[in-house]
Design a protein around this ligand. Sequence first.
Ligand code: SAM
Length: 247
Amino acid sequence: MTVTGSTPEGAQSEQEASRWVRAMFGRVAHRYDLANHLLSANIDRTWRSHTVRRVEDILMRPDARVLDLACGTGDLLMALERAAKRPLLGSDFCHPMLTGASSKLSRAALRSRLFESDALALPLEDAGLDLITIAFGFRNLANYRAGLSEMRRVLRPGGALAILEFTTPPNRAFAALYNWYSRRVLPVIGGAISGAPEAYKYLPESVRKFPEAPNLAEMMRHAGFDSVDWEYLTMGIVALHLGRVGD
Ligand SMILES: C[S@@+](CC[C@H](N)C(=O)[O-])C[C@H]1O[C@@H](n2cnc3c(N)ncnc32)[C@H](O)[C@@H]1O
């Protein structure tokens, strides 16, 4: 299967796909957290805390430069800062999502710094970061290979990339059940909560078109990541991929 990146219905180019995704997250930003926690029965919190544990070797180094990419309203960034006990970086290309993140950081007295940027063109020097995390953002990139190569560019030797993302469950019977839930139930509930049904129609479609876990691992290797590995979480609804940058 050849997949370049996210392809929302009707988008004719990567630029159009990217604009559609940014505008869509802008529309759901005010209800994003509520919809997330309800639709996943709060399991999304455990996926993020598991991710924090898996990157602790780098995160806990006092001088490690860490970026949570496509940070949205900041849930993973906040969990990372709480574990590291120091401010980190968060970035997203959707202004309303960052506004949500900024309010939540202040309310929690956390001090991570946010900046608005496209993950495909980061305003960062080469080899300046030790760790990049990206949770439920990667699938939305208009070009997956370009995204991986940009992340590889800004990571320094010894650094790592962690991608937490929805995937296709490996058990086909469970995948069929989950497929039914995500196509029939999720758009109705998600649409009602967010007021943007198209966002929750796009979600299962984008997961269906997204490369399966072994293929994403292969793409990471191709982009120059070493020791690439992944694990399925919650019966394979989600996969966490880790890749290292060789010394
Ligand atoms: C499903 S949300 C995930 C947010 C957050 N990481 C979380 O775990 O809740 C996806 C986020 O990816 C962001 N995003 C999608 N494409 C992006 C891009 N090309 N550059 C930066 N952010 C992007 C969206 O704006 C949105 O905030």
